[in-house]
Design a protein around this ligand. Structure first.
Ligand code: BES
Ligand code: MG
Ligand code: ZN
Length: 497
């Protein structure tokens, strides 16, 4: 798919289809008005006849419009002009793609960029529309198993001065989409293919593709010498050895000296171990590596855009299986930090893997650490499938993540880490137990992690409810690649808003 940005004389362009908008009630956009004049009122006549009034979801495909060179003209209902937002863009995009893909339309000129969106900001209009288009194409390819005929989209930017800003938005959008798609594809692989070794090999490939990325792989022996006994315990029941990838992205002309670390839970399969899960839906635990995949995707975005930052991504690959050498409920583990943990449930394995990673990364003296994990079923109970749980020990980091979340509509909601929760993970035989008392499970899990993150600003994203969708169109959502990408773009002072 090719994208172009230019100022077009709409009536003169040779293309398969020109797309212009109509607002409710019966109000032509600037581009529509322009074509109406060239066609001697052809469009307004159709509106007066009642063929379209601008309601969102409406459309009218026209052929042989007088004095218009394009093969077709698509009028698209855009709804209420004063209420035009990113949800309107998504609805309009779905509608347009449905109409276009029924016909073998290859090239279109999209003249909706003058719509009143986010204070008329062309940057955000382009970002939102490309994100919506790419998501539609992904659905057509993967769920409908169909090809997309469309192969080139030109955006009409009426004000020539805005073309360069629109180009920045296009570059950002395409890099984010590349990362998002890579994350989805990796997460969707079956667990017999995507095991910890496979995950680490994907990470190593990044260093071959991008010269601003270096990768170190920590294997089981190195984990032993580092004393990562909680991480190692989780992997003990599996034939597949654990691998932890350390992906170092070093930007040029770094403007923000902060060391940012992104950690992804990479359980390529979580059976629950000896505390085995019920078999219904157990297959979905192949998605227990979606945190690692999101970190992988976000690094691809950073490397593509050459962000002026220093980022370290950790993919914590591991498999949780029952077996003769598996760890058990009752075991007491000594974590890399020296703190001990009483295992009361081997299915609460994510926090065991992560607590050793959170200690390991102290060696990089990080300023900001964000971990991304499908950590608790309790988070799904608390927030459902549309909102990611956010926990943090730093207000500025929370505000920055919330801002990026609002910009991308990749929703998060903060849950508390009050001291009161700490008693829930008390143990009388170790420093902590690995589970709480069954209440506030998302918080007690985060509270457990927070015991290992005191040396830096830290946020934890529990993506258990948001990382994938179930059912006939099952698959990874790639979340929170968009949120993390926006967070990094903001740190690079790149965003135009
Ligand atoms: N990977 C799961 C969390 C999960 C469950 C994510 C369902 C998405 C959907 C995690 O390792 C886990 O099993 N957590 C347990 C913790 C419990 C034993 C305290 C859970 O949530 O049931
Ligand atoms: Mg588990
Ligand atoms: Zn898990």
């Amino acid at each position: 798919m090719k994208f172009f940005l230019d100022s077009f004389s709409l009536h003169k362009e040779q293309t398969d289809c020109v797309i212009v908008g109509v607002f409710k009630p019966c109000r032509l956009t600037r581009s529509a008005n322009n074509l109406d004049e060239y066609s001697n009122g052809y469009i307004s006549q159709l509106i007066n006849q009642g063929d379209i009034n601008g309601e969102i979801g409406q459309s009218l495909l026209l052929y042989d419009v007088p004095n218009i060179i394009a093969k077709r003209l698509l009028l698209i209902g855009c709804g209420d002009e004063n209420n035009f937002n990113s949800r309107s863009i998504i609805k309009i995009t779905k509608n347009i793609i449905k109409i276009l893909n029924k016909r073998s339309i290859k090239h279109i000129i999209f003249s909706l960029t003058e719509l009143n969106f986010y204070k008329n900001n062309i940057y955000w209009f382009i970002r939102k529309i490309i994100s919506a288009l790419k998501k539609e194409f992904f659905k057509i390819n993967t769920f409908l198993k169909k090809d997309v005929y469309l192969n080139s989209i030109s955006f009409n930017i009426i004000d020539k001065n805005l073309i360069s800003l629109a180009k920045v938005a296009l570059t950002h959008s395409l890099a984010i989409d590349l990362g998002l798609t890579a994350a989805k594809k990796l997460s969707n692989l079956p667990p017999n293919i995507c095991n910890p070794l496979y995950l680490s090999l994907q990470a190593e490939k990044l260093s071959k593709k991008y010269n601003n990325i270096d990768v170190t792989t920590i294997d089981i022996n190195q984990m032993k010498s580092l004393g990562m006994h909680a991480y190692l315990a989780v992997s003990r029941g599996s034939e597949n050895k654990p691998y932890m990838s350390v992906v170092q992205y070093s930007g040029k002309n770094v403007i923000n000296k902060k060391i940012i670390i992104l950690i992804g839970k990479g359980l390529t399969f979580d059976s629950g171990g000896i505390s085995i899960k019920p078999s219904q839906n157990m297959h979905e635990m192949k998605y227990d590596m979606c945190g690692a995949a999101a970190v992988y995707g976000t690094l691809i975005m950073a490397a593509e855009l050459n962000l002026p930052l220093n980022i370290i991504g950790i993919l914590a690959g591991c498999e949780n299986m029952p077996g003769g050498s598996a760890f058990r409920p009752g075991d007491i583990l000594t974590t890399m930090s020296g703190k001990t943990v009483e295992v009361l449930n081997t299915d609460a394995e994510g926090r065991l893997v992560l607590c050793d990673v959170l200690k390991y990364i102290e060696r990089f003296s990080p300023d900001i650490v964000i971990d991304v994990a499908t950590l608790t079923g309790a988070c799904v109970v608390a927030l459902g499938n549309d909102v990611t749980g956010l926990f943090s020990n730093n207000e500025d980091l929370v505000n920055d993540l919330k801002k990026a979340s609002q910009q991308t509509n990749d929703k998060v909601w903060r849950l508390p880490l009050f001291k009161e929760y700490e008693k829930d993970i008390n143990s009388n035989v170790a420093d902590f137990s690995n589970v709480g008392n069954g209440k506030a499970g998302a918080i007690t899990a985060a509270c457990f992690l927070s015991q290992f993150t005191k040396k830096y600003h830290w946020a934890h994203l529990d993506i258990a409810g948001t990382a994938w969708e179930s059912g006939v169109n099952k698959g990874s959502t790639g979340r929170p690649v968009e949120l993390l990408s926006q967070f990094l773009l903001n740190m690079s002072h790149y965003t135009q808003c």
